[in-house]
Design a protein around this ligand. Structure first.
Ligand SMILES: Cc1cc2nc3c(=O)[nH]c(=O)nc-3n(C[C@H](O)[C@H](O)[C@H](O)COP(=O)(O)OP(=O)(O)OC[C@H]3O[C@@H](n4cnc5c(N)ncnc54)[C@H](O)[C@@H]3O)c2cc1C
Length: 453
């Protein structure tokens, strides 16, 4: 069986190895338009700041290893067109501009996404996206060799806040500019307020509801100043983390079902066209809580679907309900995590939901060094079924989401969680775990509501 895979990072290479394992003897060709493969983009902030010193540590498999494993990996090879009826991919070699057709029995599209960029910075030096290993190296090199004094990060999402920490630790005076009224917008407003309050309390500058209007360069063409609708800031460096656009332009108008440029896939990575699979940041993945496909460009999802593609091609379908928007973020000592839906999403989907928020501690009250954390649970009013959770706090807070991920996946109710037997030791939690406390509050609220009726 002839398999062609387009893209050789998380989804593409995971699919390649999963197919190789599940369909021994498959003839697998991987096309990658860049030169870097199989890197862990999630580690970029820590690599840029020097916590991870060696670039090779970010790379799960290098080109020689992949070739040695019998996979025909072709770098600097861009898929420029696909004929789904003839089952061929047109490939352009970026080293000599030659073009050729490659036929397939099954195709995997794992082309990822590119960073959105603002026109105002076009052509300026010192302005970077952060999506690829090349971007990470360019930022690292710029900070180390141009020693910028001031940096502006556009966008207050995961990447923006992680970079705020990295650049600050590298001695760059860094601020975040976000055009929406809140940051970390996948969470509810309270969580944006919490992280903003803590970061501002530590002297960091987070500017919300502020829109970049123009920018100036110095005599050498490097960015020097950024003008917003509110102020003018000196800036020797700008990093744009303002969302992603799926790399699917070459697939448009060919009958492949897409929404907002992302390919719609089923639970096992199958697309609307037979024998064509897709996974990762170029796709809309099935979210079982929202009961629809959603755009969740995460390494977790890219790896998971990559593996499932290999299994599905071999006729195996392990039990899998879909994903549920589980995510984590850490900047400085602050941690956030979420799973399922927020109140905002629940409302937009018309769910009959309610929610509670509690403030508890990450260690027993008497144990030294503890700190507060906040847990919000969103549940269906009628049966009390948990449909979402959000957490904000310090050390150890984010990892508490894993219990709640399990609860949402399994369809547990707040009643199930109020007395659930969580483990306990004073340095790690309290005798009533924070999840017990939050769920207990939800149970009490439901009883009050019932009695009121
Ligand atoms: C800074 C940063 C931090 C992150 N942190 C986290 C985190 O903490 N947790 C988490 O879960 N996720 C995180 N992510 C997201 C995660 O890294 C991505 O979801 C994941 O890498 C997506 O993998 P992918 O294979 O879909 O796409 P990509 O990694 O984008 O790979 C796609 C590949 O396809 C190639 N390609 C594109 N078009 C073509 C073509 N036409 N022909 C040939 N090749 C092509 C590209 O060159 C690219 O190499 C982070 C990402 C970044 C950038």
């Amino acid at each position: 069986m002839k398999i062609v895979i387009i893209g050789a990072v998380a989804a593409g290479l995971t699919a390649a190895y999963s197919i190789r394992k599940n369909i021994p003897g498959a003839d697998i060709t991987i096309l990658e338009k860049g030169t870097d493969i199989s890197y862990g983009a999630c580690a970029f902030p820590y690599y840029i700041e020097g916590l991870i010193e060696d670039e090779h540590k970010l790379i799960a498999k290098d080109k020689e290893e992949v070739l040695g494993d019998g996979l025909d990996l072709r770098t600097l090879s861009e898929a420029v067109d696909v004929d789904f009826s003839a089952k061929t991919v047109k490939v352009r070699s970026l080293s000599n501009s030659n073009e050729y057709d490659l036929s397939y029995d099954k195709l995997v599209i794992a082309t990822g996404a590119k960073s959105n960029r603002l026109d105002v910075f076009q052509g300026m030096k010192g302005v970077f996206p952060l999506n690829t290993l090349k971007d990470a190296n360019a930022i690292k090199e710029y900070v180390e060799h141009h020693t910028p004094k001031n940096a502006i990060i556009l966008g207050g999402g995961n990447k923006g806040l992680e970079l705020l920490e990295s650049l600050t630790l590298m001695g760059v005076d860094t601020q975040v500019i976000e055009y929406l009224p809140s940051i970390m917008n996948i969470y509810d407003q309270e969580f944006s307020d919490l992280i903003i309050k803590e970061l501002k309390g530590e002297g960091h500058r987070i500017n919300t509801s502020e829109e970049v209007r123009s920018a100036d360069v110095n005599e050498k063409g490097y960015v020097a100043k950024v003008m917003t609708d509110k102020a003018e800031y000196p800036a020797d460096m700008v990093i744009e983390t303002i969302g992603l656009k799926p790399n699917t332009d070459f697939l448009l108008n060919k009958g492949l079902k897409m929404e907002r440029g992302a390919i719609i896939i089923d639970l096992y990575g199958r697309t609307s066209i037979e024998d064509v699979y897709a996974g990762g940041d170029c796709t809309l993945i099935y979210n079982h809580v929202e009961k629809r496909n959603t755009y969740l460009p995460l390494g977790t999802n890219a790896n998971k679907i990559g593996k499932l593609i290999g299994l599905a091609m071999a006729g195996k379908e392990p039990p899998f309900k879909g994903v549920q928007a589980s995510a984590m973020m850490r900047t400085f000592e602050f941690e956030m995590a979420m799973t399922g839906v927020t109140d905002r999403v629940a409302a937009s989907l018309g769910f009959d939901y309610d929610s509670v928020m509690v403030r508890t501690r990450n260690k027993s009250g008497y144990y030294p060094g503890g700190s507060e954390h906040f847990i919000k649970l969103t549940y269906l009013k009628e049966e009390g079924k948990l449909i979402g959770a959000q957490i904000f706090g310090r050390e150890g807070s984010a990892l508490r989401i894993q219990g709640l991920v399990t609860a949402v996946y399994a369809g547990l109710t707040v009643d199930d969680l109020a007395y659930m037997d969580f483990g306990y030791i004073p340095p790690l939690n309290s005798v009533w775990d924070s999840i017990n406390v939050a769920a207990g509050k939800a149970v009490a609220k439901r009883i009050r509501e019932r009695n009121r009726k």
